[in-house]
Design a protein around this ligand. Structure first.
Ligand code: ZN
Length: 56
């Protein structure tokens, strides 16, 4: 029998994505116009990539 994704399991995956995105956005914060982690212009690539995951 094929394994099917239950709603609980899908929700858990989305929760994990949300938490990961929140951590990335929290760490890659705007620090006087620069990313606090990368040191490049804010928002950095990591923050831009993580942001859509919070909107799921
Ligand atoms: Zn960054």
């Amino acid at each position: 029998m094929a394994e099917t994704l239950t709603d609980d399991r899908v929700n858990a995956e989305i929760d994990a994505l949300h938490r990961l995105a929140a951590v990335v956005l929290h760490e890659h914060a705007n620090h006087h116009g620069l990313c606090a982690v990368c040191g490049c212009a804010f928002p950095c690539v990591r923050a831009v990539l993580a942001e859509p995951n919070l909107a799921l």
